[in-house]
Design a protein around this ligand. Structure first.
Ligand SMILES: Cc1cc2nc3c(=O)[nH]c(=O)nc-3n(C[C@H](O)[C@H](O)[C@H](O)COP(=O)(O)OP(=O)(O)OC[C@H]3O[C@@H](n4cnc5c(N)ncnc54)[C@H](O)[C@@H]3O)c2cc1C
Length: 373
């Protein structure tokens, strides 16, 4: 049977879009080269966090966070609302946390300031002498590869999702060409192939950003929240190599430790120098980490864009083609919001958030502006 919508990619982004489309009554065919959830989605941290460095980021994160509320009663894919504890080292960083609290509050997201003396009540293994903290209780963690598989396999309200293992080699006018020559047709095609989206749409520019993670043995209760330093946002949005303290309690009792960023690096091997800097940074916040046993380190390559915002919208160079890619380090958080925003556009429904900051057209506008200058 001919699908209404073909989605290329079964990472968290393609899976979320498939589910949103099927819940709107569409027959969706998902094509994926590898098992669902096994791309970059399997290499990340799975922190669902509202970032607010600019209004469009806050709007998409907030929409997504509200949609993740649908999972509040479930433990599917280890989904757990453990909250985020942002920590400040000095008065200047504490002032940044206060600004963040006010911005979140204005958007309707509750965030509570924690006095430095009270921090041990929340996280006993943080060092003493921190300047303050901010608790965002609604943030959550999820085991993203399993969530991608779940989004594709759980019963849909009205439509349906077929997943097929296939390597797409080209797209034109609603026709998708598979390796081996077979052609598939649909009313619309969504490219959600992560970094590989630029192999299918050659004019698309994505920017790889390599990251390292370390996982420990099981230490249940050692950390209670996802804990981040204030400087994480600067690291996430900056253009150079950086590390930032970021630790997550897993449902297994293990601790997942990040994070590093190396722009324009897409090699997969662990870089001992970057790993050492990342661990040293974490130990500045949690000195007792040195007594725990790490069992594995790995890397993943975030699919970034030149301006740091994902592309969610119509791809102007191929008719009936839509794009959802370039979510960098926020793809798990924003998957459900991305799906809602894209399907709103495809089905011409009222828009949940302003799509213009995410329009793929901006890549061409930026190139034209550079050319004129
Ligand atoms: C170290 C690290 C930590 C992270 N931590 C977080 C975090 O805490 N919170 C957060 O929100 N985000 C985090 N992220 C980011 C997040 O993991 C990504 O933004 C997200 O997983 C991207 O998903 P995707 O679906 O776009 O890509 P992918 O997961 O890479 O999926 C791409 C899909 O496309 C398919 N595909 C590719 N080419 C073809 C083809 N030609 N034909 C058919 N199928 C094809 C693949 O098989 C795959 O199914 C992190 C990332 C990294 C690397």
């Amino acid at each position: 049977m001919r699908a209404d919508l073909i989605i290329i990619g079964a990472g968290i982004i393609g899976a979320a879009i498939a589910r949103e489309a099927a819940n709107a009554g569409l027959h969706v065919q998902v094509l994926t080269q590898n098992e669902p959830g096994t791309g970059v989605t399997a290499t990340g941290m799975g922190h669902i966090v509202v970032l607010d460095d600019e209004p469009s980021e806050l709007a998409l994160c907030k929409l997504s966070s509200e949609l993740w509320d649908g999972f509040a009663q479930t433990t599917e894919a280890e989904y757990r609302r453990c909250g985020t504890l942002w920590v400040a080292c000095n008065a200047k960083e504490n002032a940044l946390l206060e600004e963040k609290r006010i911005r979140l509050l204005a958007a309707g997201i509750n965030a509570t300031s924690i006095d430095s003396r009270d921090i041990p009540r929340f996280e006993p293994n943080l060092r003493s002498g921190l300047a303050g903290a901010l608790l965002v209780e609604r943030d959550a963690v999820v085991y993203a590869p399993r969530m991608a598989a779940y989004l594709l396999s759980a019963p849909c309200q009205t439509g349906c999702i077929d997943v097929r293992m296939a390597h797409v080699t080209g797209i034109s006018r609603g026709v998708v060409q598979l390796y081996g020559g077979e052609k598939l047709v649909a009313d619309a095609v969504v490219v959600a192939a992560g970094l590989a989206s630029q192999d299918l749409l050659p004019e698309l520019t994505l920017v790889p950003r390599k990251g390292h993670l370390v996982i420990t043995d099981r230490y249940p209760g050692w950390v209670n929240h996802q804990v981040l330093e204030v400087g994480y946002s600067a690291s996430a949005h900056g253009s150079g190599e950086s590390v930032a303290f970021n630790i997550q309690p897993r449902a297994t009792g293990q601790l997942l430790l990040g994070s590093s960023r190396q722009p324009q690096v897409s090699t997969r091997e662990v870089d001992p120098g970057v790993l050492a800097k990342m661990i040293a940074r974490a130990q500045e916040f949690m000195p007792k980490l040195s007594s725990l046993r790490a069992i594995r380190a790995w890397t993943g390559v975030r699919p970034g864009t030149p301006d740091g915002k994902p592309y969610i919208g119509r791809w102007p160079l191929v008719s009936n083609c839509w794009l959802a890619a370039g979510h960098e380090g926020l793809g798990i958080t924003t998957a459900l919001g991305t799906a809602r925003l894209l399907i709103d556009q495809i089905l011409q429904r009222p828009l949940s958030v302003d799509p213009s900051p995410y329009s793929p057209l901006r890549q061409f506008q930026a190139a034209r502006a550079e050319h004129i200058a």
